[in-house]
Design a binder for this molecule. Structure first.
Ligand SMILES: Nc1ncnc2c1ncn2[C@@H]1O[C@H](COP(=O)(O)OP(=O)(O)OP(=O)(O)O)[C@@H](O)[C@H]1O
Ligand SMILES: [Mg+2]
Length: 236
């Protein structure tokens, strides 16, 4: 079993959005994923509580219980445990980082979010873990042209000393409407732009974690091509 911690010191960056969508995308792509809601706000629980299979998908927990929970998930046959963390002081999030094989630092393409991402990078590196930065709530590209703010964010993150996921998650209303229905964006429109970018991000994360493609591989993704078009080296 692999463990992914989704983190950001900045509130509202999109930790829960990324964690829940990745967990449901993973399951749709043949990976037995479960989610640990380690945020006392219980946002992931709020989203998923209406689903019949919620008890098998989601575990409400706290930082101090993460190690035990991870062991239980491993024994239970899960392939992937995703931890949704709070925008909390370092000590609370550090427990998730310690049990993680990969830490996903979520940031919007804004100055303050990028500054917060640098703090996450410091924690990940101090604890000797692997990390990946993912940009969320990026304005969509128009006619193949990236908005300047996204280009600047990718450029700034070159100096963050942590790879950046080649797939950016765009700001799209469907992320909000899906949550209101307790669903992922894949379950709203499996072929929509949001579903494609989530599948692409999951494919990248899963290759980093396991060295393998998911059983149902992610398709080609426009954003990946756009990122390459920026001349920015995508992470391995
Ligand atoms: N890519 C996106 N497009 C549109 N809306 C988004 C996107 N990502 C997140 N949101 C919205 O932004 C808000 C904050 O997102 P979310 O709750 O996932 O952030 P968070 O980092 O988990 O917040 P917190 O720090 O409170 O835990 C939510 O209303 C969510 O629906
Ligand atoms: Mg949250």
């Amino acid at each position: 079993m692999k463990t992914l911690a989704v983190m950001s010191r900045k509130g509202g960056a999109g930790k829960t959005t990324v964690a829940v969508n990745l967990m449901l995308a993973a399951r749709a792509m043949g990976v037995r994923a479960v989610l640990a809601d380690a945020d006392p706000m219980r946002s992931a629980h709020e989203v998923l509580k209406g689903r019949d299979e919620a008890p098998a998908l989601l575990f409400e927990t706290s930082a101090s219980k993460l190690f035990t929970l991870a062991e239980a998930c491993r024994r239970g046959g899960a392939d992937l445990l995703i931890i949704d963390t709070p925008a909390a002081p370092e000590a609370d999030v550090a427990e998730a980082v310690k049990v993680a094989d990969l830490c996903l630092a979520v940031a919007r393409p804004t100055y303050l979010d990028l500054a917060a991402a640098v703090l996450s990078v410091a924690v990940i590196q101090r604890l000797g873990r692997e990390g990946l930065i993912v940009l969320n709530q990026c304005p969509p590209a128009r006619s193949g042209v990236e908005p300047p703010g996204v280009v600047k964010a990718f450029e700034a993150l070159r100096f963050a000393n942590l790879p950046v996921a080649p797939t950016a998650i765009r700001s799209r209303l469907v992320y909000q409407t899906a949550f209101a229905q307790g669903r992922s964006v894949l379950e709203i429109d499996a072929e929509g732009s949001a579903a494609r970018e989530v599948r692409s991000l999951f494919g990248h994360v899963w290759r980093r974690l396991s060295g393998r493609q998911p059983a149902t591989a992610a398709g080609a993704n426009d954003d990946l091509i756009l990122t390459r078009g920026l001349g920015l080296a995508p992470s391995a």
